[in-house]
Design a protein around this ligand. Structure first.
Ligand SMILES: Cc1cc2nc3c(=O)[nH]c(=O)nc-3n(C[C@H](O)[C@H](O)[C@H](O)COP(=O)(O)O)c2cc1C
Ligand code: SF4
Length: 401
């Protein structure tokens, strides 16, 4: 490898688990689940095996629903709402380990007020009766359809519903661990239901789960504590947050720093920093790179657990962010859609042969707007891993266990 990229290959511990390098697959919904129940399919296994074998130290599996009571993921998403999901998730954890990476499952409480497509069938809920904020037309044309959506008013969740969500989160985490994952990540970013609870814009409650910052942080802290108390210290519990929502009245860095501190106190093993919500969708999927690093660095100054940060593409930029101590791990989403072997190519000292993401937003459009399996024009193999002999899961000596 080139010496300037060496910082990417230092091992690091998350909780009690050693991660072999500083690169994670960012949670990325790719639409490989079954039509009903969000079960793991052969394509799910091959897609994730290819990314693990491509050299990342940590695979954070995409957003996975803890409940089927309200909309939880875009179409063809994964689910962990029932014990029936355990066999498929077990295969998934196994093939990720075979590829050489540690495995974390991202869990979501649901899309909350940002569930536009499912709410006719399932109730549209939120912390309060505040509808989603939609982006204006100044967004890439592939996802402009989002700006035409007129958001509906959600029903605020009752305290019993919130208690049920906490219990369902613990049950889903139990299933992930029973399946062999090292742990879970709670999806508190991007303006979905859990993030709506911590947001001063979306959360206008006046009970124990809203009204003050302390109360807005109560739900995520209770979930982290409950999972740790139930499953023990060895199980990794990570948390993904939006450092800023980039909407008027929404979450600012001054809110997300104390959230990270409180999550650490509740027992979280890492914080993964992202940004934005649907009202600022350009921020979730930045056109450039390095757009979140400065905010993540501010958060890192206030916690002692590892900080993961998204939005890198050039290995120079990624290695520099680690070397300078801004962040602990980089999380790659689109770069690993475009090239599953990004890490292996950097490790081999051949960064120039990386297949680069061109920021065309086709994957975002397919995942979020059209609810189709994700495809990528610069990587025609994406979505077809089950037909690629190199991507067929097989046991390997690199299994971290
Ligand atoms: C197709 C697609 C699906 C995504 N799905 C998820 C998801 O399931 N959970 C999540 O937290 N973020 C999701 N993201 C956001 C990414 O994890 C990441 O934060 C964002 O794309 C910026 O990183 P990048 O510049 O490496 O792409 C998704 C991104 C894309 C492109
Ligand atoms: S090239 Fe386009 S489809 Fe492929 S990862 Fe990048 S934005 Fe997504």
């Amino acid at each position: 490898m080139l010496s300037k990229h060496a910082p990417l290959f230092d091992p690091i511990k998350i909780g009690k688990h050693e991660i072999k390098n500083r690169v994670a697959l960012a949670p990325t919904h790719v639409g490989t689940g079954s039509e009903r129940g969000g079960r793991v399919t052969d394509q799910t296994l091959c897609y994730y095996f290819a990314r693990s074998r491509g050299g990342v130290g940590l695979v954070i599996v995409e957003v996975t629903g803890i409940t089927g009571r309200h909309a939880y993921t875009p179409g063809l998403g994964l689910g962990a709402a029932s014990d029936k999901s355990i066999p498929g998730l077990s295969d998934l954890a196994r093939v990720i380990h075979w590829g050489g990476a540690r495995a974390i499952l991202q869990l979501t409480l649901g899309q909350g007020v940002q569930a536009f497509y499912h709410h006719e069938k399932r109730p549209l809920v939120g912390p309060s009766s505040i509808p989603a904020v939609m982006p204006d037309e100044d967004i890439p044309k592939n996802i402009r359809a989002l700006s035409a959506i007129v958001p509906q008013t959600p029903t605020p969740l009752a305290i019993e519903d919130i208690r049920r969500l906490i219990a369902e989160s613990v049950n889903a985490a139990k299933r992930a661990v029973a399946a062999g994952f090292e742990g879970i990540e709670l999806h508190g970013a991007h303006g979905y239901l859990l993030g709506q609870f911590t947001s001063p814009y979306f959360n206008q409650r006046s009970d124990a789960y809203g009204g003050s910052q302390e109360n807005r942080h109560r739900l995520p802290m209770e979930i982290v504590r409950e999972i740790k108390n139930t499953l023990g210290k060895k199980v990794v519990v990570g948390y993904r947050l939006s450092a800023r929502e980039w909407i008027p009245g929404g979450t600012e860095l001054a809110h997300s720093i104390p959230l990270a501190v409180n999550l650490q106190e509740a027992g979280a093993d890492y914080v993964s920093v992202s940004q934005g919500c649907y009202g600022s969708i350009n921020r979730i999927f930045p056109k450039g790179e390095g757009a979140i690093t400065a905010d993540a660095a501010q958060i890192r100054k206030n916690v002692s657990i590892p900080v993961i940060c998204a939005n890198f593409q050039d290995p120079d930029t990624a290695a520099k962010a680690i070397e300078e101590g801004s962040i602990d791990l980089v999380a790659l989403s689109r770069p690993l859609l475009a090239d599953a072997s990004w890490v292996n190519k950097v490790r081999a000292g051949e960064p120039e042969i990386i297949n680069k993401c061109i920021r065309c937003y086709q994957c975002v459009s397919m995942a979020i707007v059209n609810h189709q399996p994700v495809r990528c024009p610069v990587n025609p193999a994406l979505g077809f891993e089950r037909f690629d002999p190199d991507s067929l899961p097989r046991p390997s000596k690199t299994d971290p266990d």
